[in-house]
Design a binder for this molecule. Sequence first.
Ligand code: IPE
Ligand code: MG
Length: 173
Amino acid sequence: VTIIMDGSGRWARKQGQQRLFGHNEGVESVRACTEYAAQAGVKYLSIFAFSEENWGRPEAEISTLMQLMKKSINEEADSLMKHGVRFVVLGNRSRLSDELNGAIDGLMEATAGNTALTLIVFLSYSGKWDILQAAQKLAHDLIEDPTRTVSQDDFSGYLVTAGVPDPDVLIRN
Ligand code: IPE
Ligand code: MG
């Protein structure tokens, strides 16, 4: 199951609140979806939380979102362990702060052995970025072995989503 998070700011405005209120509520929704998915036997839950394009937002909102991300990672660790959730972040992590990357690495390592559900959070991700980094790795390998042919499956292996099954359900909310 894949969820594209959207409309949090508009939802908050409708309640007469700031956009941050909507982002905080978004964390609650992700927690609820994760716990439900783990209990329902879903094996992969992917959340598109922050895209490469989102770096174009006002700096204040970006820094709020990054702080919220770091806080959530620290606060949700126990719950993820309790529900057997393996936490994975995919995206252009070179754009994230060292502090956030450290928190992400810590939680990914702590939950690496969990098998009930894999929760993938796409952070600073875009399809074009993924294709580009895959093409760069492929180009490197082709220099080593220019005669090799590349199938679609081979190419999938270069994407950061390698090994993740294609989704059966996509929800944009
Ligand atoms: C989704 O809600 C959360 C993020 C992308 C961080 P939005 O922030 O896109 O909220 P709207 O779409 O502007 O209402
Ligand atoms: Mg939006």
